[in-house]
Write a protein that binds this ligand. Structure first.
Ligand code: S3P
Length: 217
């Protein structure tokens, strides 16, 4: 093994140690200093300070993963839906009802543009946000894009009691979810730098896998 190969192996080992640190800091009592060390190691391995943008279908676990990474990596957290709700002063369902979906999609595009100047963060993107090509291009300027996936069955289990997703209101069944998921599948995959399947995994395991994959990508 030459020196270069040995260095790559060291990086791989560091990435798996980082994954372990992420689960320890994420699960334990919050310790910001340890979380900051995680972030420093992540940025060193990754070679930059890009944000982590989480994409995927409704119920893929973006908000849960985002909350965990915020703690484990001492990152700022941004949710595009929450930013829009705050700015408009009304819930997503009301925005859809009052102004229609195209208006909401415009707000999403503006939100993506505003993220670039906000610094490194973990960004949870609304499920339809990357269906616009320009949003993907703008996201990529300052973020690595992580696709979270789940089967239609898992998705339904996770979203069935929510009434806050206008796209699914009146369509809360596995057939509709499977069909819309299939429609979006290719666009999601093309946008993603890495993909993590979330079925039957807890959030700590998902975040460990995510950080390790991104760090050595
Ligand atoms: C949408 C997903 C939602 C929200 C809006 C539309 C979609 O976000 O942006 O209801 O088109 O997939 P989540 O993916 O966070 O549920």
């Amino acid at each position: 093994m030459d020196a270069e190969q040995k260095l790559r192996l060291c990086d791989k080992n560091l990435a798996s140690l980082l994954a372990e640190r992420v689960t320890l800091v994420g699960a334990g009592a919050y310790d910001e200093r340890e979380a900051q060390k995680n972030l420093a190691l992540f940025n060193a391995l990754f070679g930059g300070t890009k944000s982590i943008a989480l994409i995927g279908f409704m119920g893929a676990g973006k908000s849960t993963v985002s909350r965990y990474l915020k703690r484990a990596l001492a990152l700022a957290e941004r949710e595009t839906d929450a930013m829009i709700v705050e700015q408009e002063g009304m819930p997503i369902t009301d925005i859809f009802e009052k102004y229609g979906e195209p208006y909401f999609r415009e707000l999403e595009s503006k939100t993506v543009l505003s993220l670039e100047s906000m610094g490194q963060a973990v960004i949870s993107c609304g499920g339809g946000l990357v269906m616009r090509k320009e949003n993907v291009e703008n996201l990529k300027l300052s973020s690595r894009i992580v696709l979270l996936t789940a089967t239609p069955q898992t998705t339904l289990e996770r979203v069935k009691n929510s009434t806050e997703r206008p796209i699914l209101n009146g369509n809360m069944n596995v057939e509709y979810i499977a069909q819309l998921m299939e429609k979006r599948r290719e666009t999601y995959q093309k946008a993603a730098d890495i993909t993590i399947a979330t079925d039957h995994k807890d959030v700590a395991a998902i975040c460990a896998e995510l950080v390790e994959k991104l760090a050595v990508e």
